[in-house]
Write a protein that binds this ligand. Structure first.
Ligand code: AMP
Ligand code: MG
Length: 482
């Protein structure tokens, strides 16, 4: 444990052509609202440091530790299908790395990539990202994390005046598909340096493979297929799966207009700017493959001197991604249903289950937790979310037949299901209420949510409201977290 904070600056040193040195301007009136002690401990940062004025000064950009060589990273990206060559960290500064993890200040003011933006962030989206990313972490979904949330005590101008905030984001790295798109537009040396850096940092075991860049592509495809399957299995809708918002580490990154689906509808979309539903729930796997095809394009010069061969090899790998995603998905949903062997019959069973959820608009999260209760007769079918489903018993009997009850027993199956099906998720109306209170200086609901999400599988002695979807007849709408 160190009382002082000590940064490495490997990205700034090794990839100086694709980032800009950039000192934070600082928000001297800041106060710290949320501190993540357990994450600090993982990073080897002393609790005393997290509580210190020094820490607040650093995380509000007011003072800079000697060891930090702060930068803003350059990247390009396809946003809603349209290529933008010049994006980059417009409101985030990377202080450096600790234990191979990026420590980045998001909402820290203007950088060379701010374009016309103010580089700032409103407090509400900062707190939202903090809560949702920590929830994702607690249910074992790869994600960037949140070390602190700060209130700047300065006003940020959006549609209305809002209090400003800064998030200290911790990530395996902030290298995105868009970073590769940017490097590719520079020259092959820079592209190669970025690929080597990425491999050394995230996939060092690939250094010994025959074609390490092709293996790297395959590894990223696999990590992302795994990730999107995890999203799908909790009803998470990222909302803005642009290529600049997909990390090659396989972590969920950039919690902007994301939200969780309540009633199962594959076309669900929350983001106010996603008019055509490009990033709706059911499109996420296909968009992943689309994004990976853009990633593949950037790698062409590294794979083979013969570019046609390069394209062929990358295409072969890319084509494996959807089948591999599907394997992950049926395994994940199967597990949520207590089904361990995923064969043709069980895949049919899962498909039929999802059809029932869709036709009867059943709450996705409650469906799994109710099912395990019905199984052990803790709840009657007529009191469950399946109560109005016609002929539900047909599906139910098929399901029970497929469960390996003989070997494991009903109780064990229900228990295993309860260990992976959260009963609490960041429900849209609950999060909104907590955020509204927070911007009016009452953090109690946010703190309560953080406490609940430390163990979202365990039923707690709190209002049932936390378990249920909103009754509102109006669809929930999210806005980009700017
Ligand atoms: P995001 O929606 O967070 O993925 O951001 C997309 C792009 O817009 C990134 O290049 C951001 O750095 C940039 N951006 C978002 N908000 C701001 C802001 N307030 N000021 C400057 N740049 C921003
Ligand atoms: Mg982004």
């Amino acid at each position: 444990m160190s009382y002082f904070i000590n940064f490495e600056n490997s990205y700034a040193k090794e990839l100086s052509e694709i980032c800009e040195k950039c000192n934070p301007t600082g928000f001297p009136r800041s106060e710290i609202l949320l501190k993540n002690y357990s994450l600090a401990e993982e990073l080897g940062i002393d609790r005393k440091f997290i509580d210190s004025k020094e820490c607040l000064n650093i995380f509000s950009g007011t003072s800079l530790p000697k060891s930090s060589n702060p930068i803003a990273q350059a990247y390009s990206g396809h946003q809603f299908g349209h290529f933008n060559p010049q994006l980059g960290d417009g409101r985030a500064i990377l202080l450096g790395e600790i234990k191979n993890k990026d420590i980045q200040l998001k909402g820290i003011g203007q950088t060379p990539f701010s374009r016309r933006g103010d580089g700032k962030s409103a407090l509400s989206p900062v707190l939202r990202e903090y809560v949702i990313s920590e929830f994702m972490h607690s249910i074992n979904i790869p994600t960037t994390r949140s070390l602190s949330a700060i209130k700047t005590n300065e006003i940020v101008l959006r549609e209305t005046e809002q209090p400003g905030g800064i998030l200290t984001r911790v990530a395996k790295s902030h290298i995105r598909i868009g970073t590769f798109q940017y490097a590719r537009s520079k020259n092959n040396e820079i592209l190669k340096a970025l690929a080597d850096y990425s491999i050394n940092r995230h996939y060092p075991e690939l250094n010994n493979t025959d074609n390490k860049y092709l293996s790297f592509f395959a590894a990223v495809c696999d990590k992302q297929a795994y990730l999107i399957s995890k999203w799908m299995s909790v009803g998470f809708i990222h909302g803005v799966m642009n290529t600049d918002n997909m990390a090659i580490s396989g972590e969920t990154i950039d919690y902007g207009p994301c939200a969780f689906m309540d009633r199962y509808d594959p076309r669900t979309v929350f983001s106010s700017i996603d008019h055509n539903g490009r990033y709706c729930y059911q499109n996420q796997p296909a968009i992943l493959v689309w994004n990976l095809s853009k990633f593949a394009e950037t790698l062409i010069p590294l794979i083979n001197e013969n570019l046609e061969k390069s394209v062929k090899q990358l295409t072969e790998v890319l084509q494996l991604t959807m089948p591999s995603y599907q394997e992950y998905f049926y395994r994940d949903i199967g597990q949520k249903l207590g089904l361990l062997d995923i064969d043709k019959r069980n895949i049919e069973l899962i498909k039929n289950y999802l059809k029932i959820l869709e036709s009867d608009s059943i709450d996705f999260t409650l469906s799994f937790t109710d099912l395990s209760k019905v199984l052990i007769k803790e709840k009657k079918l007529k009191d469950s979310v399946f109560r109005s489903v016609k002929n539900f018993d047909d599906w139910y009997q098929n399901w029970v037949q497929e469960l390996t009850i003989k070997n494991t027993g009903i109780k064990k199956i229900a228990k295993d299901m309860n260990c992976i099906n959260p009963c609490y998720i960041p429900r849209n109306h609950i999060i909104e209420e907590a955020l509204n209170n927070a911007v009016n200086n009452d953090m109690s609901k946010i703190n309560k949510l953080l406490e609940i999400f430390e163990n979202p599988y365990k039923k707690q002695n709190i209002s049932e409201d936390y378990l249920n979807p909103s009754n509102s007849e109006f669809p929930y709408v999210t806005f980009c977290g700017t």
